[in-house]
Design a protein around this ligand. Structure first.
Ligand code: 4AD
Ligand code: MG
Length: 432
């Protein structure tokens, strides 16, 4: 009897008969043999259908099989060193579950990205997109395991919120009965409350930014991981960040080699990602840019050419620390030794992928927090609950947010962040 399995597991069944349930990805025929490219979601494998093995009836069924038809295939697993999976299937029997309509939109020729994004629901069936989504899943699991093993509890913040956290200009409004509410741009403030209850926590969910930036680094809906830690200072937070990034990369290298190969990722660059990561202050980064003839002054924000230049001076992700307090969100703790700058850092990925983490130590003093809220012109009333955290058992604490898709894009080495999320929401796209 054949054994029901998946393509990913096929190496366990060398010389045995297996049943694979999947789809026809592509087909070539030469007189007495059909070569079926079969995919089952876990991988791709070639099935060889010889008329002499399967008989006239099945052989003819295969002849008319359209691209993306659903099929159940019984075959003998055979080693084949030329095959990407290392194996091929000598087909013994084949059952057609559904014959796909003629004219499958994604043929194997090159298509433009807009066309592919319009057919994203089908595009994700192809090997590259498949590999990206598998790696995304691996990174997701690595993050959860890393944090769970270190005693962090997952706490889900609300997605519908009344307050803004990072500034008011980038919020999506929603009708909330008689009121207006917003889609959350970060779970941080709630994570802070949870940290005072559970010590070490993280949130991991979708966040929303109504930014009108149409770049390869921006989505309007993206996922963020936000650890928040009571009794941890700025430096302690940086250490967790670099360990977490090292761990994620290690897990992908351990478990997703085949997918990295499908993506032609230069893995030597990833093998080098080991903590500690270099640190440079904002002020030194400005000097470095000025020496390289960039037109930039202290107090200016970095654009992507600046970030890329800085990243290129290092072969690992680099922390830019101590940004001007005025440039950053109201909750960041001004450096007690120099309040002009905050105890914060952005982590810039190598190879031009930009900022993958933003984080800081938080203000824990009530008066200072009130002062910063007023300086930023924010309405104090809606932050009352947040101020309570400074009234009752306030402690030094820190946290950060890792942009999930930017991290996936960097590790996969894919050009555009829209390929790293199943269904992207960008300035010009809400379909499919
Ligand atoms: O730097 P940001 O805005 O930080 C926060 O929201 C903090 N409240 C996080 C915290 O301390 N808990 O965003 C964090 C990260 C960025 O470093 C970037 O990687 C990613 O989120 N990010 C985006 N990713 C895709 N598309 C966008 N429009 C993004 N905006 C930010
Ligand atoms: Mg940031």
């Amino acid at each position: 009897m054949e054994i029901l399995t998946t393509i990913e597991e096929i190496s366990k069944y060398d010389g045995k008969e297996v049943l694979i349930k999947g789809w026809l990805y592509n087909k070539r025929s030469s007189g007495k043999i059909h070569f079926l490219q079969i995919r089952d979601g876990s991988g791709f494998i070639q099935g060889v259908v010889a008329k002499s093995d399967v008989g006239e009836e099945i052989f003819n069924k295969c002849k008319h099989l359209t691209q993306e038809s659903s099929i159940e295939v019984i075959g003998l697993v055979q080693k084949d060193d030329r095959a990407p999976s290392g194996y091929e299937l000598l087909v013994k029997d084949l059952e057609i579950v559904h014959v796909a309509e003629e004219g499958y939109p994604i043929s194997l020729k090159e298509h433009g990205t807009d066309f592919l994004m319009d057919h994203r629901h089908l595009w994700i069936r192809t090997p590259r997109q498949n590999a990206i989504l598998r790696i995304r899943d691996e990174i997701n699991l690595a993050i959860r395991n890393f944090l769970h093993e270190r005693g962090f509890a997952l706490v889900e913040p609300p997605i519908i919120t009344a307050t803004s956290c990072e500034g008011t200009t980038e919020l999506f409004e929603v009708d909330y009965f008689e009121d207006i509410a917003y889609l959350s741009q970060t779970g941080q403030l709630y994570a802070e409350a949870a940290a005072m209850a559970l010590g070490k926590v993280y949130s991991f969910g979708p966040t929303f930014r109504a930014e009108k930036s149409n770049t390869r680094r921006h989505l309007n809906e993206f996922w963020m991981v936000e650890p928040e830690m009571a009794y941890v200072d700025h430096e302690g937070s940086l250490e967790i960040q670099e360990q977490m990034v090292e761990y994620i990369v290690k897990k992908v290298l351990e478990n997703r080699r085949a997918e990295l190969k499908t993506l032609n990722r230069d893995v030597s660059k990833l093998e080098n990602i080991k903590a500690p990561f270099p640190r440079i202050t904002y002020t030194d980064a400005i000097k470095m840019l000025q020496e390289a003839e960039f037109d930039i002054e202290w107090g200016d924000d970095f654009g992507s050419p600046h970030e890329t230049y800085i990243a290129n001076q290092f072969d690992k992700p680099v922390f830019i620390t101590h940004f001007p307090t005025k440039m950053k969100a109201f909750y960041m703790l001004p450096d007690p030794d120099n309040p002009e700058v905050a105890l914060c850092a952005d982590l810039i990925a190598p190879e031009g992928y930009g900022e993958i983490i933003g984080g800081s130590e938080r203000i824990h003093d009530l008066d200072l927090m009130l002062q910063r809220i007023k300086e930023e012109g924010l309405p104090v009333e809606i932050y009352e609950w947040y101020l309570d955290l400074r009234r009752y058992g306030s402690v030094p604490h820190s946290g950060f947010g890792l942009g999930f898709e930017r991290t996936v894009a960097w590790i996969c080495g894919v050009e555009h962040i829209r390929q790293t999320i199943p269904f992207a929401r960008t300035l010009n796209r809400i379909y499919p």
